[in-house]
Design a protein around this ligand. Sequence first.
Ligand SMILES: CC(C)(COP(=O)(O)OP(=O)(O)OC[C@H]1O[C@@H](n2cnc3c(N)ncnc32)[C@H](O)[C@@H]1OP(=O)(O)O)[C@@H](O)C(=O)NCCC(=O)NCCS
Length: 295
Amino acid sequence: MRRRDFSGPDDLRAMQAMCSRLWSPAARFHPGQLAWNRYHQPVDPALPGPGEAISLWRRGDEVVAFGWAEAPDWLEYQLDPAYPEVGQDLLEWFEDWSDAGTQSVLAMHDDVLESDLAAAGFMPERAGPYFVHHLLDLARLSAMPAVDGYSLRHLEPGEAGARATCHAASWSGLGRSRMTATAYAALMRAWPYRHDLDWVAIDSAGGIVASALVWFDPATGVGLLEPVGCVPAHRGHGLAAAVSLAALHHLRGLGADVALVTARGDDAYPGPRRLYQRLGFRPGARTVTWTRSLL
Ligand SMILES: CC(C)(COP(=O)(O)OP(=O)(O)OC[C@H]1O[C@@H](n2cnc3c(N)ncnc32)[C@H](O)[C@@H]1OP(=O)(O)O)[C@@H](O)C(=O)NCCC(=O)NCCS
């Protein structure tokens, strides 16, 4: 088993291959989620993002675990359940890198890392935000609704700037989005991005006012919906639902069987969950945040 720090797009691709290989309804990451997490902000392709650390564990050519510390107090990871012995190394790597007095790790409920987390002094949080994977059998996809006054279409390759602006405006109420035209252009170059799965709603003035991005993994037949947004002035007209459905219909046309979306499960932010459940997504596996204090 070898550990090596992240060194560029080939490593991201190897991590995505691991997510693809291990995909199940309860697996932490779809490969599209890693592309989104990497490129939702401007980054040097060869380095972790600002304030981040990423490391990969390999057996032969295959990645069997990665740790992705998005900040000194926040670790994301995925660990192949066939190699539980890597769990302790992964937590020690994070501990060596992090200088935070309080540290949290986002795990799937019942994940293979739970015993190592408990042994290292992390405790599962009983309250606070958590995420629930929602699945939709695409054979049961609803028909497209009419949306008067707007048109729906997929993005074109030269529209990274307008698309980034829509994304940033949609997230404006939730803290400043770090998405820029340059970051979106990099996202569009990342596997498995396809512009024909990046759907937008256009208003009568020609502006992009809502968006839904789907990532299709042909190896599993699963498409991930991430993210969905509507700018505040156009909310409540069914645009997020319509643009998501349009992308999901196209996904089904490509041969996908299942769509996945991850939404907050706690009641502090119920809107997206309601949106996705209205589209037919059904809740499944959930995350648990494990936290410890070293102070
Ligand atoms: C969540 C968001 C995409 C909804 O956009 P929208 O165009 O207003 O949503 P729609 O009009 O298509 O609503 C579809 C359904 O979801 C429900 N819904 C949408 N936002 C809601 C909210 N904040 N609270 C409760 N329900 C909500 C709607 O009531 C509707 O259900 P109904 O048919 O039973 O009335 C938009 O508020 C947004 O961009 N938020 C910030 C980004 C975000 O959280 N994105 C989702 C996570 S990736």
